[in-house]
Design a protein around this ligand. Sequence first.
Ligand code: HEM
Length: 139
Amino acid sequence: MAKYGQGDTSFLAAGGEEGVRKLVDEFYLQMETLEEGKEIRAMHRDDLSMITDKLTLFLTGWLGGPRQYGEKYGRISIPMVHRHLDIKEKERDAWLFCMNEALKKQDYDEDFKTYLIGVLAFPAERIRQVSQSARSSEG
Ligand code: HEM
């Protein structure tokens, strides 16, 4: 597993930008289709095309590929863009569940799938913490 996370190894293991785009398309399709995704789907706008592009470009840079999100949309703090949403363990786990289902459908090495869902759990948990502390400080 140590082979991922260095330089652009993860980006390449995901099939480059085209591979990341396929994953993200499948992720939102899963969110739209699965019972487990219903509640978090409802948090999003009806039209998912903008967020599909944003998550694709964000993950491209996050996996060590070109930093396209910043070029197109500007600076981003992942916890802060979710702060207005009420994300508890259930919502965090639903997001990761949909991502895991999408990963199962990709033509990636199995150890890369395991690696990726494992590392995505960190920002997902951080989002939950910031969301919940924003709520408790606002009362
Ligand atoms: C923890 C569970 C998560 C939930 C329920 C969730 C939900 C959402 C929702 C509803 C939006 C749209 C916000 C809006 O337009 O008001 C959004 C935006 C976004 N999310 Fe998440 N998200 C989660 C985790 C993640 C993770 C782990 C990542 C990245 C690794 C991520 C990346 C993004 C990005 C890049 C945007 C677009 C931000 C922007 O440019 O406006 N999300 N998310």
